[in-house]
Design a binder for this molecule. Structure first.
Ligand code: NAP
Length: 304
């Protein structure tokens, strides 16, 4: 007879791993679907230092620990890409993947978020040839070179700090006169010798030949445009939700982030969302993990 799962957890970042731990410990008949190496955005993070009890942990190592812990309870796993949720309003829903389909009473979508693109000329053309969205993945290619990082949030500033250890010189283009990044990270950026912050500065164009060799910038107060020689451009201007499974069926805000109630249930009974995909005030590993735990408790109430 075909299995009907109690819940299907989609995603293997901190929210999905926490949901898997809680579902496993609650002995739910659960399946987790993740299309790549588990960890989500932590895989692109050099160092995580704000998860209480786990000081200064390398992102890849933390991702590995999260996964191993979540796998300990033996729930079923599939390395597949979830494509859609069929019959979302019915008591038994179907998750369709690129390899098959699975029936379930509830779904916890933990598909997270991914980087935004700026949309300036040259950005798409030179992606992979000098334009990158992941300093920890690609920073090693820029040893003793000059790089520009765009953005002023935690990701951009952490990327700039990481690159400052590899590159000869790092510029950080910030469109306002202050950083959005949290205090300790921002302070480090202000006191790093080979890291120069270009305030009120926006990227207009990425230029080059076979690879990036310069950028055109604008100082948005004086409107003065300049060209600057760089070897690499790292863009970190925020995230957008990976919401393809829910955008057509659940209520979202104008940015596509999914509304949930306090049990992490979306506007559709039995479909839950946890982590960065949600409308929420703070997107961090700790809040994603919390969401995953709460979602499982929500699922248990729903199943009862
Ligand atoms: P974010 O906090 O939304 O910051 C985006 C940055 O990009 C802001 O400085 C923003 O400027 C700038 N920006 C947006 N559009 C731009 C444009 N068109 N041109 C130039 N600049 C533009 O995004 P994030 O840094 O990716 O972080 C996402 C979430 O993950 C945040 O909640 C963050 O705290 C969290 N995070 C945490 C850690 C950590 O704690 N270790 C590490 C990474 C990320 P404005 O400020 O002017 O809007």
């Amino acid at each position: 007879m075909e299995t009907i799962f109690d819940t299907i957890i989609i995603g293997g970042g901190p929210a999905g791993c926490a949901a898997a731990v809680y579902a496993g410990r609650a002995q739910l008949n659960a399946l987790r679907i993740e299309m790549g190496f588990p960890g989500g955005q932590i895989l692109n993070t050099n160092e995580v230092d704000n998860y209480p009890g786990i000081p200064a942990r390398n992102g890849m190592d933390l991702a590995n620990d999260l996964y191993e812990h979540s796998a300990k309870y033996g729930l079923e796993e599939k390395m597949e890409q979830a494509l859609r949720i069929e019959d979302p309003e019915k008591p038994v829903k179907t998750v369709v993947t690129d390899m098959g389909s699975y029936r379930t009473r509830s779904v916890i979508v933990c598909s997270g978020a991914h980087h935004r693109v700026l949309g300036v000329p040259g950005e798409a053309k030179y992606t992979g040839r000098g334009v990158s969205y992941c300093a920890t993945c690609d920073g090693g290619f820029y040893k003793d070179k000059v790089c520009l990082v765009v953005g002023g949030g935690d990701t951009a500033v952490s990327d700039a700090l990481y690159l400052s250890k590899v590159c000869r010189k790092v510029y950080l283009a910030v469109r306002r006169g202050e950083l959005r990044a949290s205090g300790i990270t921002a302070q480090a950026a202000l006191h790093t010798e080979n890291l120069e912050i270009l305030w009120h500065t926006e990227l207009l164009e990425v230029m080059g030949e076979m690879k990036v060799n310069r950028v055109r910038l604008i100082q948005n107060q004086t409107k003065k445009e300049t060209e600057m020689a760089v070897d690499g451009v790292f863009i970190a201007v925020g995230i957008q939700p990976t919401n393809e499974l829910l955008s057509e069926i659940a209520r979202t805000d104008e940015g596509g982030f999914v509304y949930t109630d306090e049990n992490m249930q979306t506007s559709i009974p039995g479909i839950f969302a946890a982590g960065d995909i949600r409308v929420k005030p703070l997107r961090q590993i700790i809040t994603a993990a919390s969401d995953g735990a709460v979602a499982v408790s929500g699922v248990m109430k729903y199943l009862r």
